[in-house]
Design a protein around this ligand. Structure first.
Ligand code: ADP
Length: 162
């Protein structure tokens, strides 16, 4: 069985993340969306809520072999915990490359039995990020059309009262 983890902050999960998950769900038998708990970062949504939204979004999209969990610590340790031999990451414009490549090299040195696989999103999501979604909601009280699944849109509206 081919198992992959897709680690990220998912604050909140966007349609771009979902596009990557859709691709991963075709390549792997089981995909674990792993929501990172980073003590150094104050997220908009707490980890449990990010996990719930990721789970709901995957269900909304009909991705039956995708699940969502929280993790703290190293990505390679999370992969081992879930018996995953693959780490999936998304690559948008070239600006992602340097950062993603350095993560890949570090993870490879930590555990070279785990393979990182990059998936590129469809052109609609190339410039979409969680931070753009957060800023539009926080400062503009707006949802960028087509940027987030319904379960996230509802929570953003509730949080910012629009
Ligand atoms: P992190 O803090 O680990 O970068 P993110 O939730 O921002 O967490 O992103 C998780 C992964 O999803 C990263 O590999 C990122 O490049 C990818 N990603 C985020 N948004 C998109 C998008 N719109 N299209 C494709 N990949 C994306």
């Amino acid at each position: 069985m081919k198992i992959a983890i897709y680690p990220g902050t998912f604050d909140p999960v966007t349609c771009g993340h979902l596009d990557i998950l859709r691709g991963a769900s075709k390549l792997f038998d089981r995909v674990v969306g792993a929501v990172g708990i980073n003590p150094g970062k104050v997220p908009l949504f707490p980890a449990e809520e990010r996990v719930t939204m990721l789970r709901e979004a995957a269900a909304e999209a009909g991705l039956v072999n995708v699940e969502a969990v929280a993790f703290a610590g190293l990505t390679v340790d999370c992969a081992r915990e879930w018996n995953a031999e693959y780490i999936v990451r998304g690559l948008r414009a070239v600006t992602d490359f340097e950062h993603e490549f350095s993560l890949l090299l570090a993870n490879e040195q930590l555990d070279n039995s785990i393979q990182t696989v990059f998936i590129m999103p469809s052109v609609n999501y190339l410039y979409l990020s969680s931070s753009v979604v957060r800023q539009a909601s926080e400062f503009g009280r707006r949802i960028i059309p087509g940027s987030v699944p319904t379960c996230v849109e509802e929570r953003l509206r509730e949080k910012f009262g629009f």
